[in-house]
Each structure stands twice: as C-alpha cells, then as structure tokens.
Ligand binder design. Structure first.
Ligand SMILES: N[C@@H](CCC(=O)N[C@@H](CS)C(=O)NCC(=O)O)C(=O)O
Length: 223
C-alpha cells in the first residue's frame, strides 16, 4: 500500500488530492514543519532522498519529486482519465501545463520568495544592499517570467474550464498548489486574473480536493 509522508503546508497537498481523486487505498503520515526553521523536520528528511516534500513509500520503493510521484501513482491507478493519451486533442496542453508547473511556475515562486525572505533576515548593515540586489533580480528576471506565466494561465483558462480541456487532469492537480501561492502572494489578483480565480473556485469545490483538505487537517495549505 502507498504511504504518503505528508508535510503540512507544502506541495504534498497535490498528492493527497490525487490519491483522493483516484480513490487509491493509501495511508497518510502527517509531519509538522520544524517550528524554528519552518523546513521539513529531521524525521521527514530521514525518509525523503532529497529531504523535500512530497515523498511516498510503497514496499521497497521510496519516491520524491511531485511529478514523478504523480506519474507513478497514475501508472498504477489511472486508466487514462487524468493523463490524456498520445494522439488526443488534449495531449499537448496537458504536457505543457503538467511540466510548466514544476519546471517553471513553482520554481519561480519558491526562489523569489526565498530570496525576499533572506533579504528581510539579512543583518541590518547589509539589508539595503541585499534588497537592492533582490529588487534588481525581480525587475530583470523573476518579474517578467512570472508575468508571462500568469498571462498564459489567464489566456488558457479564458478558453477552457480546466488546464487541458473541459475536464480535470493531472495537470490541474499539480498546478493547484502553485495557483494558491500565486493568488495569495504572487500578484495573481482576481481583478486582473478572473479566469484563474474561477479555476481556483472550481478546485475548491471539487469533492476530492475537499477530502484532501480534511485529511491534511491544517485549515490552510500555505505557509
Ligand atoms: N521539485 C520538488 C520541490 C519540493 C519542495 O521544495 N518541497 C518543499 C515543500 S513546499 C519542501 O520540502 N520544503 C521543506 C524543506 O525544504 O525542508 C518537488 O516537486 O517535489
């Protein structure tokens, strides 16, 4: 049986959602973040090969990395519903959003927020210099890339209900966490991104997502 090692307030929520959506029998082991560092606790790092969430175990298999886990679970439990097959109309959009999520969107959000947090924690004497460097990086790199990503999300969701068409796919499941982060602190406001917010509402109303939140039990998936 699959065990999901679920770190609170983390990208692991996607795997809970996937397991609930596919109605896979699974066990969940809950871990709180280290209260001081807000990183995964030592017990979690002992399980995960990269020390990151999510991670699953099944028999001899230990697997980290969100999209590897999604493919592994779908290999065993999805009959093609969540992963449009090669040759179908949804395939290219499915592949794009499935990979854009973890290849571009989430790394942009994570790296930018980590840099910002480090600036705020920098010693007082160098804080101004650190802030200047982060602002420069935002203007030259993070800002334009995030803006292009949000524009493409909005353009896509103005055309269809879900990321790859008129039904939920695994691309939506991996985009979910990043969409929440972007809406709360990535500048994806409702006035400028109404279709992205329509999609978020749709995700919140999906029964399998609601069951995942209940299993998570923390009330919020954001740090
Ligand atoms: N590319 C990785 C990213 C994993 C990642 O950065 N996870 C964060 C949670 S949102 C984490 O483990 N943070 C705690 C830590 O680094 O100790 C994936 O998709 O699994």
């Amino acid at each position: 049986m699959i065990t999901l090692h679920h770190l609170e307030k983390s990208q692991s929520i996607r795997i809970l959602w996937l397991l609930e959506e596919l109605e896979v029998p699974y066990e969940v082991k809950l871990y709180d973040r280290d209260p001081k560092t807000r990183l995964a606790p030592a017990a979690y790092k002992a399980v995960s090969p990269l020390g990151t969430a999510p991670v699953i175990t099944e028999g001899e298999v230990t697997l980290a990395e969100t999209n590897a886990i999604v493919d592994y679970i779908c290999d065993g439990h999805d009959t093609g519903r969540l992963r449009p097959a090669p040759g179908t109309a949804e395939r290219a959009d499915y592949l794009f959003w499935f990979h854009a999520s973890q290849g571009s969107f989430q790394p942009l959000l994570t790296n930018f927020f980590v840099l910002k947090a480090m600036t705020m924690r920098a010693p007082f004497l160098v804080r101004g210099v650190a802030k200047g460097m982060v602002d420069g990086l935002d203007k030259a790199f993070f800002g334009p890339r995030l803006a292009a990503m949000l524009k493409e999300i909005e353009r896509t969701l103005a055309q269809r209900a879900w990321f790859a068409g008129d039904r939920l796919t695994a691309a939506d499941i991996v985009m979910g966490y990043s969409m929440e982060v972007a809406a709360h602190r990535g500048g994806m406001d409702e006035a400028n991104f109404p279709n992205a917010h329509r999609w978020l509402k749709q995700m919140h109303e999906t029964p399998s997502y609601q069951r995942a939140l209940e299993k998570d039990g923390k009330g919020t998936i954001l740090l």
